[in-house]
Write a protein that binds this ligand. Structure first.
Ligand code: AMP
Ligand code: MN
Ligand code: MN
Ligand code: MN
Length: 275
């Protein structure tokens, strides 16, 4: 069975509409898909409907932005109930912060001589969420760098002209919004944060203390050694293991929907909790 529990649509910074994403997943042989847009659930109804038509299993998902020890960490939520009031309020607060941050990013870019970035970024967004990817797409289209990755490096990361510090949700709040709505909280792409082993284990401890149950062992952004390392951490902390591509865009050919390696033998699959 092909399972992909991390993907993005135009409801955040992905390039495909939710229904298109589901059709592409079905064509790629995915049997179980979670849509996990950043800080929003606006794409879930459309995706669920399309999954019925495509006869694949759909899991509600979200990827929450969290500030932990002055770093930004992503927590994926899976299989939660959309009507849980604290989750809805939490999403609203993150979306409000995104609007303020987008204005701040545009102001900083303007100070660096780049005009019209707010409207430019908006023209690349599906309208429900504004993120750095939309600024990157605008800046790349305007020729400020060769591609989106280079734009990030030049403009949108720490110490660069368009960087704004994130004040996102706390780890405790984000995990409790997910678990409180009946879902499973998952540490997203743990190898991407470039934490030392000690700091990563501290993050996992804090996450477990908050009620988190799973970690992405297989991720589109993990190499084979990182998969092995994360499987060991999952084992040590008795966490369930998740698997997700983090697909954003068909034009990023290095990340494909669903085509992920199997979880290592010793892992407890997170989908045992809901399939
Ligand atoms: P945001 O949550 O708005 O700060 O944007 C984070 C998103 O930007 C990530 O989910 C990726 O989609 C994208 N991103 C972050 N860093 C990079 C990078 N170096 N190259 C390409 N995309 C990136
Ligand atoms: Mn993204
Ligand atoms: Mn992420
Ligand atoms: Mn993601």
């Amino acid at each position: 069975m092909q399972i992909d529990l991390h993907s993005h649509s135009t409801a955040s910074d992905g390039r495909l509409a939710p229904a298109e994403l589901v059709r592409r997943a079905a064509q790629s042989g995915v049997d179980v898909l979670a849509l996990t847009d950043h800080d929003g659930v606006a794409g879930l109804d459309e995706a669920r409907q399309a999954a019925v038509e495509q006869d694949i299993r759909f899991i509600n998902g979200i990827e929450l932005s969290v500030s932990w020890n002055k770093r930004t960490i992503h927590i994926v939520g899976l299989n939660f109930d959309l009507d849980y009031a604290p989750l809805c309020a939490g999403i609203q607060s993150l979306q409000d912060f995104r609007k303020v941050r987008a204005r701040n990013i545009a102001d900083k870019l303007e100070q660096a001589g780049i005009k019209g970035a707010y409207e430019g970024a908006q023209s690349f967004s599906g309208g429900t969420m504004l993120g750095r990817m939309h600024f990157a797409q605008f800046l790349a289209a305007e020729g400020y760098a060769k591609n989106v990755s280079k734009v990030f490096k030049k403009y949108l990361v720490n110490n660069k002209p368009g960087h704004v510090n994130g004040e996102w949700a706390s780890l405790n709040d984000a995990v409790s919004w997910i678990t409180g709505s009946g879902g499973v909280a998952v540490i997203a792409h743990p190898a991407r944060y470039k934490l030392t082993r000690t700091k990563l284990r501290q993050l996992i401890k804090d996450f477990v203390a908050a009620g988190g149950q799973a970690i992405e062992v297989v991720s589109g952004s993990h190499c084979i050694n990182e998969v092995k390392t994360m499987a060991c951490h999952a084992d040590d902390f008795d966490l369930y293991a998740s698997s997700g591509s983090d697909f954003h865009d068909p034009d990023f050919p290095w990340i494909k929907l669903g085509q992920l390696p199997d979880l290592p033998e010793k892992c407890k699959p997170v989908w045992d909790l809901f399939l």
